[in-house]
Design a binder for this molecule. Structure first.
Ligand code: COA
Length: 216
């Protein structure tokens, strides 16, 4: 999935196999000391994917603690993103000298509850979702979950760079379903982050993966 989206210079690792979750560094363990078992497993798998992704760009195998706003704290000079669903986990990393923001998000490829859809989309985005849900039934893309995933990718790229909150209403997403690309216009400005970002997505029967890789 992610291998179809990541440009040259990005290190990725993705898996559907939760049994490969490795050990945590001491600094990382603190983050899940009071967490339920399923959350500890998910966190360990994410850190393990991240370390394997770091290996691909020749970055050091260090602890990746949890930072401000819960974003991962990457080794010096590195930027990246982690995502997990119940079935799938992935990480993508790159050098800060080459990338100005990285956000990846995986979502289950199934429709969102209506109340959630209304919270995370604008009216125009919902019009697109309705249209696309009808035309996409043949290839099973949950268009509503795709918009949700794209917005979470945007936030994961935005927050570590700007240190700011970005709400679901702060990005307007336009999807090109055929090309599997999207453009998002942000109505918030922050130093170091563009107000217009583009990204890509892919999906299979069970999972949608969206991504933003901002090249410098
Ligand atoms: C942070 C958030 C995007 C995570 O998405 P999610 O679908 O719930 O969960 P995922 O499994 O895909 O991703 C979780 C991972 O995101 C990463 N993450 C968490 N907070 C983050 C942040 N502020 N910045 C970057 N990455 C973050 C972490 O690596 C986390 O995994 P970990 O805790 O095991 O390290 C989501 O919970 C959230 O807070 N959303 C509200 C903000 C938003 O999406 N706005 C839309 C703007 S258009």
């Amino acid at each position: 999935m992610l291998d179809q989206l990541a440009p040259r210079g990005i290190g990725i690792f993705e898996t559907y196999d939760s049994s490969i979750a490795g050990d945590l560094f001491e600094e990382e363990e603190q983050a899940v000391v009071n967490a339920v078992e399923s959350r500890v497993d998910e966190f360990r798998l994410g850190r393990n994917c991240a370390r394997k992704a770091l290996e691909h760009i020749g970055a050091p195998q260090r602890a990746i603690p949890v930072g401000k706003s819960r974003a991962p704290v990457w080794p010096n000079g590195v930027i990246g993103s982690i995502t997990h669903t119940g079935f799938y986990c992935a990480a993508a990393v790159g050098w800060r000298s080459e990338f100005g923001g990285i956000g990846i998000d995986a979502a289950d490829n199934r429709p969102l509850p209506t109340d959630i859809l209304e919270q995370v989309t604008s009216r125009a985005e919902r019009v697109w979702v309705q249209k696309h849900l009808r035309s996409a039934q043949g290839h099973h893309l949950a268009a509503d979950s795709l918009i949700f995933s794209i917005k979470e990718s945007i936030y994961k790229a935005w927050n570590p760079i700007t240190g700011q909150w970005l709400g679901f209403e702060d990005a307007f997403v336009v999807v090109d379903a055929g090309a599997k690309t999207f453009v998002a216009e942000l109505n918030k400005q922050a130093v170091g982050f563009p107000t217009r970002v583009t990204g890509e997505f892919t999906y299979d029967e069970s999972t949608i993966v969206s991504s933003i890789f901002l090249k410098l």
